[in-house]
Design a protein around this ligand. Structure first.
Ligand SMILES: *[C@@H]1O[C@H](CO)[C@@H](O)[C@H](O)[C@H]1NC(C)=O
Ligand SMILES: *[C@@H]1O[C@H](CO)[C@@H](O)[C@H](O)[C@H]1NC(C)=O
Ligand SMILES: *[C@@H]1O[C@H](CO)[C@@H](O)[C@H](O)[C@H]1NC(C)=O
Ligand SMILES: *[C@@H]1O[C@H](CO)[C@@H](O)[C@H](O)[C@H]1NC(C)=O
Length: 505
């Protein structure tokens, strides 16, 4: 086929996909409204002891065929600044690697070549079971990117479910700003849905493979224990737990509150309201979800859409001290004499999430100890803190700063996220987070995840793009009719993911 014919086919495909995505905007989302108990802990309890589905590989080393969640407790190391990671054995014989746990992407990728900021890497040549697929893959984050080769191999998690899983691996051969100084991990485990997988959604993500092959329930949960610790200290990593297959009740207190996953790509949720202290920001609730609200363990801070961020800063300054703007935009630290308690100057932050009964909400609250974060001390006399909230141009991100207050259950089987008080979010006997509900959601719009204005704007944009496509198609068809002077097209499709990062070294 000539290159111009190929181009026009691509254009046609592009135009068709636009038509499809346009109609996608008008398809109502399926919500599990009211189907589950708001504090439906009962739904998870049976998951504690799980029998294997008897499929060949599953739990082969486990004669009883059960999963013991307590064995997985404390299997994470790290902190919000440098990320939380788990130890894995990759290949045959198993090569020990630390892997960052990231609910904001969907590839399993490990360093497969030396890099100045990592101590070791996965040697594909030393694994007898590694198979290359011959495809290349690259992922570009707002901050950082990597490129590599797609393959498959066996992976086992010493403090995970019994058994070995064959998974897709991206062997990272080159990268920029991805491995940072001071990190102690060599790869990343993307736990989000197949839609975000690169180069395309046919690359089955790690957790999907594990559920299919080991027969564990399609649920995992995270407890991240860095609350109140210095974000820059290199000593004694805080750690946490990554429970695969369910939720471990000894890691949380009180009921689990569930919010629906409104679209399965990132873990997208619906934020209804924000409060600073007792003050409701009172913005149109669509502002909080502009253009999405997600829960992402691989993002350090709480990221807020610009309007929301400005309103939060204004509300905090009204109720507390004046700081130079550098503190709020993250370019300056604020320092106090040691022993002084800076947190008493700051209010609590509350995020209201839609409950599974859609006419109700619940709120997760973080104390200033979670978002005013100790970074460093000066000469042993002063402690310096950063503001753990930042502005975002691509949506609200509930990152590690908030997640550290809670035990978060990613109940993919029921398409919902559960939040409960984390047993490790306590400092000096004081709980650093709160959770409360149910509240009536009658005071906010029935749908905060997409405004009608945004909707009609998308329609206008997609109509305009379709018109442009039509014009290009006509031109290409005309060109096709002319005799072909073939040239090699450089129609390389670059793969740029929309992943959001905000890592602090
Ligand atoms: C959902 O919440 C509303 C308002 O609180 C309540 O009237 C209704 O009974 C609830 N529905 C279910 C199924 O629990
Ligand atoms: C909610 O929980 C109660 C008590 O645990 C149970 O009787 C009821 O069937 C549950 N309802 C749903 C919809 O799961
Ligand atoms: C793995 O199997 C061993 C031996 O049967 C058992 O003691 C252990 O609890 C299992 N671990 C997990 C995570 O299920
Ligand atoms: C909310 O609105 C967005 C955008 O209009 C739409 O995609 C989504 O399906 C809606 N959700 C519900 C539950 O109606």
């Amino acid at each position: 086929m000539t290159s111009s014919a190929r181009v026009s086919l691509w254009t046609l495909a592009f135009c068709l996909s636009l038509g499809v995505s346009k109609s996608h905007f008008s398809i109502p989302m399926k919500l599990y409204a009211g189907k589950y108990n708001v504090s439906g802990r009962a739904g998870l309890t049976p998951l504690r002891r799980v029998t294997s589905d008897g499929n060949g590989l599953s739990l082969a080393s486990d004669p009883t065929g059960t999963v013991n969640f307590l064995d997985m407790a404390d299997n994470l190391q790290g902190d919000s600044g440098r990320g939380y990671y788990i130890e894995m054995l990759v290949g045959t014989p198993g090569q020990k690697l630390n892997i960052l746990v990231d609910t904001g992407s969907s590839n399993f990728a490990v360093a497969a070549a030396p890099h100045p900021f990592i101590t070791h890497y996965f040697s594909t040549a030393l694994s007898s079971t590694y198979r290359s697929t011959g495809r290349t893959v690259s992922v570009r984050y707002t901050q950082g990117n990597w490129e590599g080769e797609l393959g498959t191999d066996y992976v086992a998690i010493p403090q995970g479910p019994n058994g070995t899983t064959i998974i897709n691996i991206a062997a990272i051969l080159s990268s920029d700003d991805f491995f940072l100084p001071g990190i102690n991990w060599q790869g990343i485990l993307g736990l989000a849905y197949p839609i975000l997988a690169r180069p395309d959604s046919s690359v089955e993500p790690f957790f999907n493979s594990m559920v299919r092959q080991l027969g564990i329930p399609d649920v995992f949960s995270l407890q991240m224990c860095g609350a109140g610790l210095s974000a820059s200290s290199t000593a004694d990593p805080a750690g946490g737990s990554f429970i695969m297959g369910g939720a471990e009740p000894s890691l949380y207190r009180g009921p689990l509150w569930y919010t629906p996953i409104i679209e399965e790509w990132y873990y997208q949720v619906e934020v209804l309201k924000l409060e600073v202290g007792d003050h409701n920001l009172d913005l149109d609730c669509r502002e909080y979800n502009m253009d999405k609200a997600i829960v992402d363990s691989g993002t350090t801070l709480l990221r807020l859409p610009v309007n929301v961020f400005n309103a939060v800063v204004e509300a905090i300054t009204r109720s507390s001290l004046e700081f130079s703007s550098g503190f709020w935009d993250g370019t300056k630290l604020a320092c106090w004499m040691k022993g002084e308690d800076p947190w008493r100057f700051f209010p609590k932050l509350s995020i209201y999430l839609r409950a599974t009964n859609s006419s109700q909400s619940f709120r997760v609250t973080i104390l200033p100890q979670l978002y005013i974060q100790l970074i460093t001390d000066v000469d042993g006399v002063m402690d310096c803190f950063r503001f753990g909230v930042t502005s975002s141009s691509n949506g609200l991100v509930i990152g590690a700063t908030v997640m550290e207050g809670f035990y978060v259950v990613f109940d993919r089987a029921h398409r919902r996220l559960g939040f409960a008080l984390s047993n490790c979010a306590v400092s000096g006997g004081v709980a650093l987070s709160e959770i409360a509900g149910p509240f009536s959601a009658a005071d906010v719009a029935a749908n905060c995840s997409g405004g009608s204005s945004k909707d009609s704007l998308l329609w206008i944009i997609s109509y305009m793009l379709m018109a442009i496509c039509a014009v290009i198609l006509v031109i290409l068809l005309l060109l096709l009719a002319l005799p072909c002077r073939c040239r090699n097209g450089s129609g390389e499709i670059t793969d740029e993911s929309a992943l959001v990062r905000h890592r602090i070294k």
